[in-house]
Design a protein around this ligand. Structure first.
Ligand code: ASP
Length: 340
C-alpha cells in the first residue's frame, strides 16, 4: 500500500457558489471527499492536510509557500508522494518556488486543481485528482518515477518551473512551451523518460529563506523615463526586465544609461522575453548587445514565474548580490536551458 499525502490549499476545485452574491468561494475538503467517493476505494493510505484558511490562489504568498514546503519536509520519510490541491491562477508560481525550496527531491510533488468545481457535472476535478494520485504513487524498481515538482492538468504532466497558466477558459489551462510534457495520461500514463529529473543520488534539503525584494520592468514602445526610473530605483535587489523578442530593448542612450547606473548601484537586472516560446540571446541583435556589455543577466528561456521565484529563493539564500547574479543564469532544477 502506498502512502500519499494530500495538501489542500483551496482553489476552484473545492469551491461553491455563494447563494447571495453568486461568486465562487473556497469550501472545505469534505466537499471534495463527498463528490469523490472513489477516494475511499483507492488502494492507498491517504492523509489529508487542509490549510486554514483555504484560499483562492490569487491570495497566495511566501508564508504559505513556506508552510507547504515545511509540511512536505516533515512528512517526507513516511510518504511515497505528495499531491497539492491548489487554485490554478498562481499554481505555476507555487510549483516554481517549491522546486527551488525542495532541493534534491526524490519523491513526486504533484500540484493539481481544476477549472470547474468538483460539484459541477462537467467538472475536470475528478480526472485531475485521480491522475495526480496515480502519478504521485508511481514507482519503478522501488524508486519514484517522478522526482520533482510538477503540475498535472488535463491529462498532461508538466515540470512545474517550466509551466504557466495560459488559458482561463479551457480545461487545458497550462502549457510548458520551452520544455517537453513529462507524461501524458490516456489509457496508460506514458512517461517521457528522457525529460525527467533523476535525483536518486542527491540529498534532500529544505530551503526556507525567501526574499521578496524583486520588481518587474515590462517594456513597451513609448514607456517613459520616469516609470523606468521609479522601478530601477525601487528597493528591489533584482529587477526582471521583460524585453522584446530574443531579449531586445530600445538602444537610446538615456535608457542604456539608466540600466548601467542601476547595475553600478548594485541591482541585478535579469532579461527575460515577453515571448512565451524561445530564449533570450544576448548579443544576437544590436538591440541586445549593449545590455550584455552593461552586465544585464541572461534569463534564457525561463518563464516569468520561474524567474520571480528563483530570484526570491537566491536572494533568501545569499545576502550578497554577486552570487545571486551568478546562480540565476545557471539551471538549478531544470528551469532553464543555456543556449550559448
Ligand atoms: N481563482 C481560482 C484560484 O486560483 C482559479 C482556479 O482554481 O482555477 O484559486
Amino acid at each position: 500500500m502506498q502512502n500519499i499525502f494530500i495538501i489542500y490549499t483551496g482553489g476552484t476545485i473545492g469551491m461553491v457558489q455563494d447563494p447571495e452574491t453568486g461568486t465562487f468561494v473556497p469550501f472545505d475538503f469534505e466537499l471534495i471527499a463527498r463528490n469523490l467517493p472513489d477516494l475511499a476505494r483507492l488502494n492507498y493510505n491517504l492523509t489529508v492536510h487542509s490549510f486554514t484558511p483555504i484560499i483562492d490562489s490569487s491570495n497566495m504568498k511566501p508564508s504559505i509557500w513556506l508552510e507547504m514546503a515545511q509540511i512536505i519536509k516533515d512528512n517526507y520519510e513516511h510518504y511515497d508522494g505528495f499531491v497539492i490541491l491548489h487554485g490554478s491562477d498562481t499554481m505555476s508560481f507555487s510549483a516554481s518556488i517549491l522546486s527551488f525550496m525542495l532541493e534534491g527531491l526524490q519523491k513526486p510533488v504533484i500540484l493539481s486543481g481544476s477549472q470547474l468545481p468538483i460539484g459541477e457535472i462537467r467538472t475536470d476535478a475528478r480526472e485531475n485528482i485521480m491522475t495526480a494520485l496515480e502519478i504521485a504513487s508511481a514507482k519503478e524498481n522501488g524508486k519514484s518515477i517522478i522526482q520533482e515538482v510538477c503540475i498535472l492538468f488535463d491529462n498532461k504532466l508538466f515540470r512545474g518551473n517550466r509551466s504557466f497558466k495560459y488559458n482561463s477558459a479551457k480545461f487545458e489551462a497550462f502549457r510548458s512551451p520551452n520544455y517537453p510534457v513529462l507524461a501524458e495520461a490516456g489509457i496508460h500514463i506514458n512517461y517521457n523518460r528522457e525529460a525527467l529529473l533523476d535525483n536518486t543520488d542527491k540529498e534532500f534539503i529544505l530551503h526556507t529563506q525567501i526574499d521578496d525584494q524583486v520588481a518587474v520592468l515590462k517594456l513597451f514602445p513609448g514607456i517613459n523615463k520616469a516609470t523606468i526610473k521609479a522601478i530601477l530605483e525601487s528597493d528591489a535587489r533584482s529587477i526582471i526586465m521583460e524585453t522584446f523578442g530574443s531579449g531586445n530593448t530600445m538602444t537610446e542612450p538615456w535608457f542604456l544609461d539608466l540600466i548601467g547606473e542601476a547595475i553600478k548601484n548594485g541591482k541585478n537586472i535579469l532579461d527575460i522575453s515577453q515571448c512565451k516560446v524561445g530564449s533570450v540571446e544576448l548579443g544576437r541583435y544590436e538591440t541586445s548587445q549593449g545590455l550584455k556589455a552593461l552586465g544585464v543577466l541572461n534569463g534564457y528561456d525561463m518563464t516569468f514565474e520561474a524567474a520571480v521565484t528563483k530570484l526570491m529563493y537566491l536572494q533568501g539564500h545569499f545576502e550578497e548580490q554577486e552570487p545571486v547574479a551568478h546562480w540565476v543564469e545557471i539551471p538549478l532544477r531544470g528551469e532553464l536551458t543555456v543556449n550559448d
